[in-house]
Write a protein that binds this ligand. Structure first.
Ligand SMILES: CC(C)(COP(=O)(O)OP(=O)(O)OC[C@H]1O[C@@H](n2cnc3c(N)ncnc32)[C@H](O)[C@@H]1OP(=O)(O)O)[C@@H](O)C(=O)NCCC(=O)NCCS
Length: 403
């Protein structure tokens, strides 16, 4: 009997059974609860074999920062196919149904996700749009360059829940400037403060919070855990600060753990000042990890929804095997104050696939770099360099909240 793709009508427990099987690692109770709270059942799409749930994809309704704006974005999540039903095209059918639905909804010009395996989503037109650094800093290499004002910042230990509103307000202010970050409403504030982090090392402490304060005003915070062991460590989940002195003060605190040997962070922004402040640049031994994968669902609306670092007027011949409505020639015209992107019959300056447009959408990597790799074709001399500058962003995109 054929597999059917349609609205998921089951309940949370049925979905959890599938996810447990698919990801080969059961969620603990705390994690189940916080995942359930952010789940948007009305956005779930199911693949069923007779009455059995054999595949699923879902989406979060996010407000994500892109260069110059915050826009509605479909945050694709809970993608799973039952192990007994793999490699028969179920994921492909789910992806097509989901992207078609988002397109028809007309409000979310891009979809974004984080991938369990990086090779899966390119074939569906998702491009790698952000990265971050995984670092480990031994206590012996913790010394930072001097930063003006750092001693005026007070670091105060606080309860995670009690400090939630102040931390969320600060983070949401910073998120409005950094592409790739999305606004945390109450559901997401609960999610990031719940004691459920999948990467939590076993028998580590509960999630801890310290605030950075100056003259009684909250200027930053950090969430972390500690683990005592032969080689005990501080595991840092997030550091957000409104100014450099507060940032340095928080890191100075996190890098000086008594009784522990090192400080780890799995998701440091690739342009984080910490990497410049460490006296020993080899100390963190950063490993680059993939972050957000972005998919233009509607090329015209997506390119018109962000701003550009300099004036741009370019015709893009877009290829898109998976979502045919994106394919064709588009004239993108605009600059720092906004842009339009409309179908055109003019001849193309550049040829680019939707996947590469997704990759550069948040401002990283550069179009020039993709061009050097043969992934963008230039037909008009100078068009690639000009477009490359226009697509760049002041801050590198960063996903601070995995979903
Ligand atoms: C990843 C997963 C959803 C794929 O489902 P599926 O139904 O087997 O995938 P499909 O049969 O539709 O495959 C579509 C294409 O993707 C490829 N593909 C699927 N999973 C892949 C993987 N893990 N690695 C590399 N390629 C993969 C297939 O080979 C196929 O390629 P083709 O178009 O060239 O023929 C499924 O294996 C799964 O549930 N894995 C565990 C959970 C997981 O990783 N979910 C993703 C979370 S981000």
């Amino acid at each position: 009997m054929a597999i059917k793709i349609g609205r998921f009508k089951g309940d949370w427990d049925e979905l959890v059974e599938l996810v447990d099987l698919a990801f080969a690692a059961p969620w603990n109770e705390a994690q189940l609860e916080s995942e359930r709270r952010v789940w948007e059942p009305e956005r779930s799409i199911a693949a069923t074999d007779e009455q059995q749930l054999v595949g699923h994809t879902g989406a979060f309704s996010l407000r994500m920062t892109v260069p110059g704006a915050q826009i509605p974005v479909a945050g694709v999540t809970l993608v799973a196919v039952r192990p007994t039903h793999r490699r028969r095209g179920i994921l492909r059918d789910l992806m097509r149904a989901q992207l078609t639905e988002i397109h028809e909804g007309g409000t979310e010009p891009i979809a974004a996700l984080t991938a369990s395996e990086p090779v899966i989503y390119g074939r569906f037109g998702y491009g790698l749009a952000s990265d971050h650094q995984e670092i480990v800093i031994p206590k012996a290499s913790r010394e930072l360059r001097p930063v003006a004002g750092v001693d005026d910042v007070r670091i105060r230990y606080v309860d995670v829940r009690e400090s939630l509103a102040a931390c969320a307000a600060l983070r949401n202010r910073l998120a409005a400037d950094r592409p790739g970050m999305f606004h945390h409403d109450e559901r997401w504030q609960g999610y990031v403060s719940a004691d459920n982090v999948t990467t939590s090392p076993s028998s580590a402490s509960a999630l801890r919070c310290v605030l950075a304060e100056r003259d009684g005003e909250v200027t930053g915070f950090a969430h972390y855990r500690t683990k005592r062991a032969d080689k005990g460590f501080v595991q840092v989940y997030r550091v957000h600060a409104a100014d450099l002195a507060s940032h340095a003060a928080l890191w100075r605190y996190l890098l000086e753990p008594d009784l522990l040997s090192e400080t780890r962070c799995g998701q440091l922004p690739s342009d984080d000042p910490l990497l410049e402040l460490l006296l020993d640049p080899r100390a963190p031994a950063p490993i680059t990890r993939d972050g957000l994968w972005v998919r233009p669902v509607d090329v015209g609306r997506a390119l018109a929804a962000r701003t550009y670092a300099r004036d741009i007027d370019v015709v893009l011949a877009v290829t898109d095997d998976f979502l045919p409505w994106n394919a064709g020639r588009w004239q993108l015209a605009g600059g720092p104050d906004g842009a339009t992107c409309e179908p055109t019959s003019r001849s193309a300056d550049l040829t680019i696939d939707a996947r590469e447009l997704g990759a550069v959408y948040l401002g990283r990597p550069s179009l020039a770099r993709l061009g050097a790799a043969g992934l963008v074709e230039e037909h008009t001399s100078g068009a690639l360099a000009a477009a490359s500058e226009a697509f760049s962003a002041r801050q590198l995109p960063w996903l601070d909240t995995g979903f």
